[in-house]
Ligand binder design. Structure first.
Ligand SMILES: Cc1ncc(COP(=O)(O)O)c(C=O)c1O
Length: 459
């Protein structure tokens, strides 16, 4: 952390920020120059951030494996649902990772990457989620295509029966099964995903055991509250590993534990999740239980979505007007939280927010308002969150939301029809060339009114 303080309020800026001539610079990009050139609202995605996040996660696992004398392997998978953009997939695929997909269209996304040669041969594809007929057909095509290694994760009994049928026609199908977590008392939630342990054991014994070309290699679980340093998470993980050991003793083909996604990103500049500590404890928990149970420790798979992409993207707005309020003052942005950053509204997601310019002025608190007519379109809207500090000035003012790269387009759509017909912002991509110079290119222009009217049948 840099000891850099905004004038009136103590906001410590991490190293990727600096202040130059009272303007905010992020990863060596002057944000005021960016908005002056491209306008607002503006999304920018910094691709090297994605590569960096994958590298440090692999380093954390390597260190934890070395210290714990862990014999298994680690494999990083990127889960497409957190951001499907081609520039994101192209970037993650340069880092020797697998891909986790969740729908029929996702299988076509993989086929398109294979056709354009953007996916290395033999890339491992995990097919997770609920399997519709179309999705099963897409998985079957990927398996027959043989350019990638495909591992479906069984979510229901019907799906398992499908692979049992297919194994009569295909050679060597490997599958995983998702564990339904509701039986674990520390999990304390109902889940509709996966199969209970007794069903997994029953189906293994009656339908998988003894089949030469159908192997159950992977046990998958996903803690929907994410990976967190809580007693509940550690107890839940331990229960899952005990079940892994039980299953491994009757099914020697089981080699892999897929611990899903849920690794946190930095949603607050003053709070850094201690990721190396989380990884260390995951690895040591699995190692200790496997040693106790006298079972080889599994290869570990992760499917990190928001961890991979959230911190790569920022969203910039202009303050259109400041309004005096009764209990709070408002600053109206030229965009909408409900449509541009829907998680702020739907799950009260926090993001780091900083003013972009006029940083020589004192800061005063505001609530930011969106331009839709919806009374819920404001930020922060989580009771505990602090107000947004903006410079006390009459000059033109811009504000930046950071770490907004995961799930926002997946929720609000990209370039469709949104509340009050607020257009999708311009989106630019920031990358580095071979000599590490910054390059900036336009991914998409701000959505036009004509585009929206055409979608609505007016043209
Ligand atoms: C099965 C599965 N894997 C991975 C993820 C990615 O989670 P995250 O983006 O929190 O890493 C999800 C998210 O819903 C999921 O359902």
């Amino acid at each position: 952390m840099k000891e850099h303080l905004f004038s009136a309020h103590e906001i410590r800026l991490p190293n990727e920020f600096s202040i130059d001539n009272a303007c905010l610079t992020y990863r060596n990009v002057n944000l005021l120059e960016l908005v002056k050139k491209h306008g607002t609202p503006l999304k920018f995605t910094v691709l090297p951030s994605i590569t960096h996040k994958i590298k440090i996660m692999k380093d954390y696992f390597k260190l934890a494996f070395d210290v714990n004398n862990y014999k298994g392997k680690y494999r990083y998978y990127y889960c497409t649902k957190s951001s499907h953009f081609n520039h994101v997939l192209k970037t993650v695929l340069l880092s020797d990772v697998g891909i986790e997909i969740s729908s029929a269209c996702d299988t076509e996304l993989i086929s398109s990457l294979t056709k354009t040669g953007q996916i290395p041969p033999d890339t491992q594809i995990i097919c997770n989620g609920y399997k519709t007929e179309d999705y099963l057909t897409g998985i079957f095509k990927l398996m027959c295509d043989k350019r990638c290694t495909v591992l479906p994760i069984v979510d229901s009994k019907g799906e398992l029966e499908h692979y049992i049928e297919q194994s009569k026609r295909l050679t060597n199908i490997s599958i995983g099964i998702r564990l339904n977590m509701s039986y674990i008392s520390s999990y304390a939630r109902e889940s509709r995903f996966g199969l209970f342990p007794e069903d997994i054991l029953y189906h293994y014994k009656t339908s998988i055991h003894g089949k030469d070309n159908l192997k159950l290699t992977t046990l998958h679980f996903f803690n929907d509250k994410g990976i967190e340093n809580t007693d509940s998470y550690w107890t839940t993980l331990a229960e899952v590993v005990h079940f892994y050991c039980y299953l491994k003793k009757i099914n020697p083909c089981l080699t892999t534990l897929d611990i899903g996604g849920g690794m946190p990103f930095k949603d607050n500049l003053n709070h850094n999740p201690n990721i190396s500590e989380l990884i260390f404890r995951i690895v040591s928990t699995i190692k200790d239980i496997c040693t106790l149970e006298e079972v080889d420790e599994p290869d570990i798979i992760t499917e990190f979505g928001k961890y991979t992409v959230a911190e790569s993207t920022g969203t910039l707005f202009k303050i259109l007007e400041r309004k005096k309020g009764n209990e709070r003052d408002w600053a109206i942005i030229d965009g909408s939280f409900i449509t541009h950053l829907p998680d702020t509204w739907a799950i009260k997601q926090n993001y780091p927010v900083l003013p972009v310019n006029n940083l020589e002025s004192d800061l005063i608190p505001y609530t930011l308002g969106g331009i839709t007519c919806d009374s819920a379109d404001f930020f922060p809207n989580n009771g505990d969150a602090e107000s947004i500090m903006l410079p006390d000035t009459n000059e033109e003012q811009f504000v930046a939301f950071f770490h907004t790269g995961a799930y926002q387009e997946a929720l609000s759509g990209f370039g469709g029809i949104n509340h009050c017909l607020i257009p999708a912002p311009k989106h630019i991509i920031i990358d580095e060339n071979e000599v590490k110079e910054i390059t900036i290119s336009t991914f998409s222009e701000k959505q036009s009114s004509q585009n929206m009217l055409a979608i609505l049948g007016y043209q």
